[in-house]
Design a protein around this ligand. Structure first.
Ligand code: AMP
Length: 283
């Protein structure tokens, strides 16, 4: 695997690969890699001649300084996992390679997409996400990009960014990889204590409860019962949001009907660790 830390050198390398008409797949990450990330690498490898992964803990998408400082950093193990998975290229730049001093993300108005759910609880988060993903797309110029459904709202926002910026690439949204008890794999899971880890499995169970009952009772009722069940499952869990929204516009839904794509999304703290997950209700 080739490792690049500088924009010019990766750009030059990829330009020569492109001259040979190689199709490029790209998987952007923040590292602390797990099988969820590796499933994206695997998909990219199956569909492209060259797979590029980036590892960059993007400071502008963290609205909370402590969260940024505590974000797990496991680069040596990440490199080992990427080599084992057959990834061709890793881009792992320093912050000053990507941002000029005091640069603030400027993205334009994405309306509802960036203001609800994660956007409401993490102000500025999506400005940071849009900015870094745009920069990375310009550096790598991929044919295919791979993102996880685990970050459902991020996928919706990036889809819109791709359209607005006329990027000629295909967005591929991949299934959420889960632990045996259903907990969505996440770099943050390694920060959970033993008790928190046990409590966290109630998060995916709550989403399944919603999916199993959404056609039986009203949206208000299913959310009320699901909230009650989750909170009573453990004192360690605090819910930030639990909502059912239109899967395209992310607008709240008053009523469920099988014709309108719908998704239930949750953000909850388990101890000090913030976890997110979602389930599509109209599969
Ligand atoms: P992150 O390093 O958390 O920014 O994630 C990098 C990419 O991996 C994003 O597209 C995520 O949605 C995706 N991802 C994270 N966790 C999972 C998972 N459990 N299953 C599939 N993809 C995931």
């Amino acid at each position: 695997m080739k490792l690049f830390k500088e924009i010019n050198s990766i750009h030059q390398f990829l330009a020569s690969e492109k001259r040979e008409n190689k199709q490029i797949g790209f998987v952007p990450t923040m590292g602390a890699l797990h099988n969820g990330h590796l499933s994206l690498i695997k998909k990219s490898k199956a569909e492209n001649e060259l797979t590029v992964c980036s590892i960059f803990i993007n400071p502008t998408q963290f609205n909370n300084k402590e969260d940024l400082e505590k974000y797990p950093r496991t680069i040596e193990n990440d490199i080992k996992l990427l080599i084992e998975s057959g990834c061709d290229v890793l881009f792992h730049p320093e912050v000053n390679e990507i941002y000029t001093e005091n640069e603030t993300p400027q993205t334009g108005n994405y309306g509802n997409l960036t203001h609800v759910l994660e956007g409401k609880f993490r102000p500025g988060h999506f400005d940071g996400v849009i900015t870094i993903v745009k920069k990375l797309f310009h550096i790598v110029e991929p044919d295919n990009v791979y993102f996880g459904q685990k970050d459902f709202q991020q996928c919706a926002v990036i889809n819109e960014m791709i359209v607005r910026n006329h990027f000629k690439l295909k967005m591929n949204i991949c299934n959420t990889m889960r632990e045996i008890d259903g907990l969505a794999m996440s770099s943050r899971n390694i920060r959970l204590t033993k008790d928190e880890r046990i409590a966290a499995k109630a998060i995916p169970s709550t989403l399944h409860y919603i999916k199993n009952n959404i056609e039986k009772v009203s949206i208000t009722e299913v959310l009320q019962t699901a909230t009650k069940q989750l909170l009573s499952s453990s004192d360690l869990i605090k819910i930030e949001y639990l909502e059912i929204v239109n899967a395209i516009t992310l607008e709240q839904m008053d009523q469920f009907d099988i014709e309108t794509p719908a998704v239930a999304l949750i953000a909850a703290y388990c101890g000090n660790v913030r976890l997110i997950d979602n389930i599509i209700l109209t599969d």
